[in-house]
Design a protein. Structure first.
Lengths: 374, 295, 404
């Protein structure tokens, strides 16, 4: 394939914009935003990482995961457990070596599954692998049975509900409703020094960029095309001799791992993880942010997550009750009128502006994963 | 065994509440494949209807509950009908989008209730003849629970009659089995869809009125029941009335008996686990409808 | 191709974000000219809004009264109101904003244990001062929090003393599954063991649970002398309705609740709960001059149908305690105010209260109340004298094992 100069330029424009964005995020934002706002922005980016995962599973693979809070939570708790232990060890007043909530719950020894989390490396590995393994197990067992569409969505929702009940009920092991918080120390350093916060922010930006590139690669691969085929006509893919189970399981697991990474980054930035952040409603909110940004576009999904969370903060600061109406209306309007989300709208606008070609947005893929019994 | 007997009325009672909450979904989700996340808010509106009749219009609490049942059915039925007319009918075949769409509607309805009635729970007094109970040996029967059970079973009977005996009910079943074929035979599928949604949403209103007897009446009332209600329909099998009935009572009994030997938190957790396990064995629920539609 | 446009989209939204996030960033000095900025951080949305909005109202009332009276050290109080949205993370985030962006000299806020635990590290690392108005599970004493509600030895232990005095020796414990009930029940168990009382059962239900038939039938069957209820919020409605259906009356088995105040009685229905008991430090019916004024001012401002409750009163006191401490210190600086806390005394609606500097809790009187048919609570027992706060229960031998 020969490339003319303008074509080359067009092809370079994407990567250049991408690099420019990362440079802006890394160099410009820390200068522009006061530390508190930068920290907020870093939180939004964590949700953007989760959104990338949801876009892969839902936009690409057609699996509506209404329980991504669980995977976000698994990653977050893995990191939270390590931070709790690290801060307990660094606390000169604590003689028991146990997190305070365990002492009050009458535990005298660290539960076995907490022990590996003394090492940061285990915690980081667990934050990625545990959500991945959990999703793979669940995914494999239900996809094999051809549970999909609405069933899968509701099963996921039940999973989120059950996970929260477990976390709250097993207070002596998990910190209960209070969750895990008050951990100022990571690897011997204060988590709240300006340097630590900027470092965390940088890591988050780079992680987001890396996962974006990885998932883009996945989407453009043969495997990505198979996922689309499964999303649009699973039975036909089966007739063609493919086994959709492993393909869907892989996408689901990758998506869960992204959520786990988002959660693991969220905890040191936010300083807390608790069941109320990962239940049924937060899980739906994660999906809605993706719907608004554009489920079929990775960049759209990530932008949606940042926008919705930023709007939440901004509007909650000014008017509380009105924001809920606005948010509800926004969800309804975007899903009703723009199934491709903001990304779709921008693309349409761009197409209309640049050249009046006939090629418009591809039609919304027919959602064949219907709830009607097959 | 002892526990099983004493827990029998409790399990039936929990089952009856689940059944009432899920019956409406049996129509909208079960029959039409529409996941209406605002269903919980319809339940909430039904409960507030009972409140309005008592507190604003001043109907005597001795029978305001009875008056509230048909009124709530009409109110939430109409709301559901409007929702179907204005939004949902454009989204048949996109159930996952409907789910998110109706979640947005639910948010708006919930906030509207909060702004109208205030955030605190309101008091809907039960009729004096329903506040007590009777003890038979080891078993305590609450009149309020007996009322809910009777109401749920009556509703089931009425629905069964409607689906199997009435003309419109049979049209509804025809549409579920094969929409195109039904349309070809002259059935107005648009009208059938609208009716189905009206009835399904109306049942949510009835559930709301009944739930004022056992729980708080507040803006978040619906969210307390919605996840469980969806599970009941999924376990029962979509579009299966008998499946929904059996699933509701099975889940109720499971919760009640497990709670008797551990606690309520663990009971819920065990129930969820059992459901996931069950769906392994029967991915389409306990009963499946043989659809003649091509997919 | 698609990539470019996505890139453009992202770039545009990033720019937009910069605008939105940068907007709220204008900082004001804590004491700017003749005003002083304080933060108010309660849930104005979400499940906890029910309770927390009432607390916000009474804090606002106190601020308005003080401003009308000339302010604090000649400064008018200017509150920055933030919404905790019933979500711990939001509480932490908003607290950070109040301290860093708004330079609030102090913050009034919080309700749930979870929200307090989430805010604690924020206040500690920014050296802020939080006034927390609700009775809680104890086992905490942060230099950066002043606790104006009761700790366990000012509510739960007096309640147990009362039950024991009344000859109730077997207790049935029911609570929501979270930290306050679990901690409270540990204390109750230890207390019972030391005082020859019997705990017949200890039941927990998930937050928001509505099915209490198993428990209420169990209470009816086992007939304990009393029920100690630490259920939270909505669950109380179901519990009392179903308790009544189970045929349990306050005469046979009184239920003593520690989380039901005047505000909650309305939603439960007075006829479902009349005759049962509560343990607090203040009731709307408490007979003091300050309370007459408080109730009058509150109903004048917010409507005659509004009631006042213990947490509302503790939040109201917090503002006056802070004012007194600031004036004592002659400074708004947190370190100075903290140093001045010990011994600050005010005439509060609940009676004369004094701050204990060691624990930063309030020395206050415990009161047992009985709910009447009008939905108000009548005082039926008062602790002989104001109780010194003891969040770690170090003054109780039987509690030695509890706090580790």
């Amino acid at each position: 394939m020969t490339t003319t100069a303008p074509a080359l330029l067009t092809r370079l424009r994407g990567p250049l914009t991408f690099l420019a964005l990362i440079a802006a995020a890394l160099l410009l934002l820390p200068l522009l935003l006061e530390p508190f706002r930068l920290n907020l922005f870093a939180q939004y980016l964590c949700y953007a990482i989760v959104a990338l995962g949801i876009s892969l599973a839902w936009g690409r693979g057609g699996m509506l995961t209404l329980g991504h809070g669980v995977f976000f939570g698994l990653g977050a708790y893995a990191m939270g457990m390590h931070l709790t232990l690290a801060s307990t060890a660094a606390d000169p007043l604590n003689t028991t070596g146990l997190p305070q909530f365990m002492v009050w719950s009458g535990l005298t020894e660290l539960p076995w599954f907490w022990k590996p989390f003394t090492h940061p490396a285990t915690a980081i590995a667990a934050a990625v692998l545990v959500p991945g393994a959990a999703a793979a197990l669940l995914g494999w067992s239900v996809f094999r049975q051809r549970v999909r569409g609405a069933y899968f969505a509701i099963l996921n929702q039940a999973l989120a509900a059950a996970f929260v009940i477990f976390l709250i009920g097993q207070q002596h092991l998990t910190g209960g409703t209070n969750g895990l918080t008050n951990f100022p120390v990571f690897a011997g350093h204060s988590l709240y020094s300006p340097t630590a916060q900027t470092t965390l922010y940088t890591i988050t930006v780079l992680t987001l960029a890396a996962i974006y590139l990885l998932f883009r690669h996945v989407n453009n691969s043969r495997y990505g095309k198979l996922l689309i085929a499964i999303r649009d006509a699973e039975d036909r893919v089966r007739y063609l001799g493919y086994n959709p189970t492993w393909a869907k399981t892989l996408a689901y697991a990758l998506s869960a791992m992204a959520a786990g990474i988002g959660g693991a980054l969220f905890v040191p930035i936010m300083g807390i993880i608790s069941p109320s952040l990962i239940g049924v409603i937060p899980s739906i909110m994660m999906v809605l942010a993706v719907a608004i940004g554009g489920r079929y576009s990775l960049a759209g999904a990530a932008t949606g997550a940042v926008l919705i969370n930023a709007a939440e903060t901004t509007f909650a600061e000014t008017f509380a009750s009105g924001w809920i109406y606005l948010q509800g209306a926004l969800f309804v309007l975007v899903i009703a009128l723009a199934p491709h989300g903001l990304a779709g709208l921008t693309r349409q606008a761009a197409t209309a502006l640049t050249r009046p070609r006939t090629r418009t947005t591809p039609p919304a893929p027919q959602d064949t994963t219907t709830g009607s019994p097959a | 065994m002892d526990a099983l007997i004493t827990q029998l009325p409790v399990g039936l009672a929990i089952g009856a509440v689940l059944l009432l909450a899920a019956l409406g979904l049996n129509f909208t989700f079960g029959q039409m494949g529409v996941i209406n996340m605002a269903h919980g808010e319809f339940i909430m509106i039904g409960a507030y209807t009972a409140y309005v009749l008592h507190a604003w219009i001043g109907v005597n609490p001795a029978y305001s509950l009875i008056v509230a049942l048909p009124v709530a059915f009409a109110v939430t039925g109409t709301l559901g009908w409007l929702l179907e007319l204005g939004l949902i009918r454009h989204f048949y075949g996109r159930p996952l989008d409907t789910l998110l769409l109706t979640f947005g509607i639910g948010m708006i309805l919930q906030q509207a209730a909060r702004d109208t009635f205030g955030a605190p729970n309101v008091d809907v007094p039960a009729p004096p003849w329903l506040t007590e109970g009777i003890t038979l040996g080891d078993i305590r029967i609450h009149y309020a629970r007996l009322f809910i059970l009777t109401l749920a079973l009556t509703a089931v009977a009425a629905i069964a009659y409607y689906l199997n005996r009435s003309r419109q009910g049979r049209q509804m079943r025809a549409v579920i089995h094969n929409r195109d074929l039904a349309a070809v035979t002259g059935i107005n599928t648009r009208r059938v869809d609208a009716t189905t949604f009206f009835i399904g949403s109306g049942l949510a209103g009835i559930a709301g009125v009944a739930l004022t007897l056992t729980g708080p009446t507040g803006p978040t009332l619906g969210t307390n029941y919605i996840v469980d209600a969806f599970l009941v329909v999924v376990i029962g099998g979509l579009g299966q009335l008998r499946g929904t009935v059996i699933a509701a009572f099975a889940l109720g009994m499971l919760n009640a008996t497990v709670e008797a030997w551990t606690d309520a938190s663990l009971a819920k957790l065990i129930a969820f686990t059992a459901i996931v396990a069950l769906l392994q064995a029967r991915p389409q629920g306990l009963f499946t409808v043989k659809t003649r539609a091509l997919t | 191709m698609a990539r470019t446009r996505r890139g453009a989209l992202t770039a545009a939204t990033t720019a937009l974000l910069l605008l939105t996030t940068a907007c709220g960033g204008a900082t004001t000095d804590g004491t700017d000219g003749d005003t002083v900025t304080v933060g108010m951080l309660h849930s104005l949305s979400g499940t906890m809004a029910i309770s927390e909005v009432t607390v916000r109202d009474s804090v606002q009332l106190a601020i308005d009264e003080i401003n009308a009276d000339g302010g604090v050290l000649g400064h008018q109080i200017e509150p920055v109101i933030e919404d905790g949205a019933s979500d711990e993370a939001t509480f932490a985030e908003r607290a950070e904003k109040l301290l860093q962006s708004d330079d609030a000299v102090t913050v009034f806020g919080g309700w749930t244990s979870a929200s307090r635990k989430a805010m604690l590290p924020v206040f500690e690392r920014n050296n802020g001062l939080l006034w927390y108005p609700v009775q809680y599970e104890g086992l905490e004493a942060s230099d950066n929090i002043v606790y104006t509600g009761a700790t366990t030895n000012q509510q739960i232990i007096p309640a147990l003393d009362y039950l024991r005095e009344q000859g109730h020796t077997s207790l049935y414990l029911v609570g929501s599954d979270y930290v306050f009930p679990r901690t409270a029940n540990q204390i109750i168990n230890a207390y019972a063991q030391a005082h020859d009382m019997e705990i017949t059962a200890e039941e927990y239900t998930p937050l928001g649970h509505t099915e209490y038939s198993t428990i209420t039938n169990d209470i009816a069957r086992t007939e304990p002398d009393a029920v100690f209820n630490t259920l939270n919020g909505d669950s109380n409605v179901s519990f009392f309705q179903q308790l009544r259906s189970a045929g349990v009356t306050p005469d046979d088995t009184p239920v003593l609740s520690v989380s039901i105040a005047e505000e909650e009685v309305e939603g439960i229905g007075a006829d479902n709960i009349a005759g049962h008991l509560t343990a607090w430090n203040y009731y709307q019916s408490t007979q003091t001059d300050a309370n007459t004024g408080f109730v009058e001012a509150f109903t004048d401002t917010y409507g005659a149908d509004r009631v006042t409750s213990d947490p509302m009163q503790s939040a109201y006191n917090a503002v006056y305690l802070w004012k007194a401490a600031v004036e004592e210190a002659d400074s708004f600086e947190v370190d100075d105010v903290r140093a001045a806390l010990d011994g600050i005394t005010i005439d509060a609606p609940e009676g004369t209260i004094t701050l204990d500097g060691d624990t930063q809790h309030v020395i206050k009187t415990a009161r047992i109340g009985q709910i009447n048919d009008d939905g108000l609570i009548d005082e039926i027992w008062t602790s002989p004298e104001p109780i010194t706060p003891d969040p770690y229960l170090t003054g109780y031998d039987w509690a030695a094992d509890l706090t580790g």
